[in-house]
Design a protein around this ligand. Structure first.
Ligand code: M6R
Length: 364
């Protein structure tokens, strides 16, 4: 049941902290605080490159995974949505890693892409929530997300569970390839283990998120912005808003705005941005200043460290706890999903069963 929540989506949003914790618990040894993956039938140290594919939210999780794999493990990564990947016929180096991500394990395009990768000699590793699924059966190895059943058609907790697995995988690949030191691993694991507690604090921000929702509920189009590993967070926010509120939303890498989409901006197009402190903070702030100068209404997610700088600029600022840059996209995801839910409530849509959508897309 819904345990007293109004919708499964609301219940599942509140499960983020627990799900992140349970997923990490499977992959991190509590005694040594080191990542310990289940035995794999291939050697991560010898994998020359990785190719990542998935659909929808799972694909956005994969995009964040790519940033981590590249940065932490210095491994070349190619990525595409499964519906494209399956027909691309990319030349793949034999012995490479084919990384699939799926909540259901039944998505037809993801399964077809898997088969194409297998035919091209890739080791198939799948990040799955349903561990008894077709994709699981056809994989060489499975890393489970411990999200429990996800009922809401709009994915929420499965996404942060996927990120938790991908973060651990990136650490494991980095250690295997010697691009990450033991001290480096300790620091990254420390920031992962801190996440469930920090995630729990985000629900206190609901009142400010509701204020944002009131602005968005009156709009016809919404722009989502982010840079680096928070660009996929913007994509996830825009997808979630479209799914549950039926408001048109588009996400852009913030630096790409001046190459076209900035022409859309006026008082009627709210701009939602995910801007945690870190390397790309000032770059993103200057993109937001450009939007502000054109009359854009800025609704900004940041962290406590970035909040001061953004208060003068944005109409509404929501500051999540400050964490390491590495784990920031995991925390930033939670409020953008909450925002979509709050807008759906204001719109009175069928939150858990949006029109035209199915939970599991088993046809091409
Ligand atoms: O079961 P999967 O993770 O393979 O599903 C992939 C997408 O269909 C799914 O993420 C979809 O985009 C969700 N409705 C997003 O909220």
């Amino acid at each position: 049941g819904k345990d007293g929540y109004r919708h499964y989506m609301e219940k599942e949003l509140h499960e983020h902290p627990v799900v992140i914790g349970q997923t990490l618990q499977r992959l991190i040894d509590p005694a040594t605080r080191r990542v310990r993956l289940p035995g794999l039938p291939f050697d991560l140290a010898r994998v020359p490159r990785a190719v990542v594919t998935a659909c929808g939210s799972a694909f956005y999780a994969g995009m964040i995974g790519r940033y981590w794999l590249e940065r932490i493990a210095q491994i070349p990564v190619d990525i595409d949505v499964a519906s494209e990947m399956r027909y691309r016929d990319p030349p793949l180096t034999p012995g490479g890693l084919g990384l699939l991500i799926s909540q259901s394990g039944e998505t037809a395009d993801t399964l077809a892409a898997l088969r194409g990768m297998r035919a091209r000699g890739q080791h198939i590793l799948s990040v799955l929530n349903v561990e008894q699924s077709t994709i699981a059966r056809e994989s060489d190895a499975v890393l489970g997300t411990v999200a429990g059943p996800e009922i809401s058609v709009a994915s929420t907790k499965a996404f942060t569970a996927q990120l938790s697995v991908l973060a651990c995988l990136s650490i494991a690949v980095g250690r295997a390839r010697d691009t990450l030191s033991a001290e480096g691993e300790e620091a990254l694991v420390g920031s992962l283990l801190d996440l469930p507690g920090r995630a729990g604090e985000i629900f206190d921000l609901a009142p400010a998120i509701r204020e944002m929702a009131a602005v968005i509920a009156g709009a016809r189009d919404v722009l989502y912005l982010g840079r680096g590993a928070c660009f996929p967070v913007a994509l996830e926010g825009a997808l979630k808003l479209k799914e549950v509120s039926y408001i048109h939303a588009e996400a852009y890498a913030a630096g790409e705005m001046k190459h076209g989409p900035i022409s859309l901006i006026d008082r009627t197009v709210p701009v939602v941005a995910s801007v945690p402190s870190g390397r790309l903070f000032e770059k993103t702030v200057s993109n937001l200043q450009e939007a502000r100068a054109r009359g854009g209404r800025l609704l900004v997610f940041t962290d406590t460290r970035g909040a001061e700088r953004l208060r003068g600029l944005a109409e509404i600022v929501v500051a999540v706890p400050t964490v390491d840059e590495f784990t920031a996209p995991i925390l930033q995801t939670i409020p953008v999903q909450m925002l979509a839910y709050e807008v759906a409530l204001l719109k009175g849509t069928d939150v858990d069963q949006p029109r035209n959508l199915a939970k599991s897309v088993t046809v091409e």
